[in-house]
Ligand binder design. Structure first.
Ligand SMILES: Nc1ncnc2c1ncn2[C@@H]1O[C@H](COP(=O)(O)OP(=O)(O)OP(=O)(O)O)[C@@H](O)[C@H]1O
Ligand SMILES: [Mg+2]
Length: 285
């Protein structure tokens, strides 16, 4: 798979800060993959996503998005390839109604009225916001605003969608629903996603690959199936915890409640293991 994001030894500092906010960042992301960016508060997740979207420009190292080097000259081209949805939907939504909000970027791109309406209907269907199209933005709940802000990024059909803490502030069912919708459309349309989160259980459910950022540095990276099964790296190097189900199995293994010695990281993996260990005892009856 071709790489759509290539970052090498990138450093970034805000104008007002004395110290580097991001340091020595190396990142390679393959087209169509779903990447979780894990990190505690203040670790640099939002800043890194802003660099990748060309909202702020790094001072050292290289950032290439879809083979275009990110610099002041190319930043407009990069912004056409990347959609960024920030943590707080309030910062995105500027128009009075949902329909106007979704149509503004398309008007700016010069699409006809018919094309605009078709695209709005399509994206509204994907994010299940058809019934909200004529509602005022300030009549929406927080979760509905989140969906509208994601819709307004998706409507421009970006190659890369960057989601900053997409599940923050949503109820547990709402989290799963939103992540199901977004990852499903990404897989169908081959859109690359990087989502930041502090929730390792959400990272386990929805990512192919995981980066962990701590104090502005990438301290661990790897395929989800490897990294999230590595308690030492997660706890000692990353300052994170295991997924809930992995933690339960870790305790069960330590107390010799079970003879299995592998850590499932999701409930569905745990069920498969439990099914497997149930089968031999059935056969032996
Ligand atoms: N505009 C800014 N100017 C100066 N410093 C900033 C600015 N925005 C963020 N920072 C600092 O950069 C560091 C990283 O912040 P960032 O918002 O990227 O972290 P984060 O991982 O997204 O945190 P959170 O989980 O709280 O959203 C923090 O120390 C923060 O205080
Ligand atoms: Mg943040």
């Amino acid at each position: 798979m071709p790489r759509v994001i290539e970052v090498a030894d990138m450093w970034f500092k805000y104008r007002t800060s004395d110290d580097w906010t991001l340091r020595e960042i190396d990142m390679n992301v393959e087209k169509g993959s779903i990447v979780a960016l894990l990190g505690v508060n203040g670790s640099g997740k939002t800043t890194l996503l802003k660099v990748l979207a060309g909202i702020v420009i790094h001072q050292k190292g290289t950032v290439k998005i879809c083979d275009i080097e990110l610099n002041r000259k190319n930043v407009k081209r990069i912004r056409e390839k990347v959609g960024l949805v920030l943590q707080d939907p309030e910062t995105h939504l500027l128009m009075p109604t949902v329909r106007e909000e979704l149509s503004i970027p398309l008007i700016a791109r010069g699409l006809s009225e018919k094309e605009i309406e078709e695209k709005i209907i399509e994206v509204a269907r994907i994010l299940e916001i058809e019934k909200l199209l004529d509602r005022g933005i300030d009549e929406l709940s927080f979760g509905q605003k989140k969906r509208v802000s994601i819709a307004s990024a998706l409507i421009l059909e970006p190659e890369i969608l960057l989601l900053d803490e997409p599940t923050l502030g949503l109820d547990p069912v709402g989290c799963i629903k939103l992540m199901d919708l977004v990852t499903d459309i990404a897989k169908r349309k081959n859109i690359t996603i990087i989502f930041s989160t502090q929730d390792i259980d959400i990272a386990a459910l929805y990512s192919d690959y995981v980066y962990v950022i701590r104090d502005g540095k990438i301290v661990a990276k790897g395929p989800r199936d490897e990294l999230l099964r590595d308690p030492y790296t997660l706890r000692q190097k990353c300052g994170l915890r295991l997924t809930r189900i992995a933690h339960l199995f870790e305790i069960a293994i330590r107390r010799r409640i079970t003879s299995i010695n592998e850590l499932p990281i999701t409930i569905s993996e745990a069920l498969k293991i439990l099914e497997r260990i149930k089968t031999p005892s059935k056969a032996s009856v």
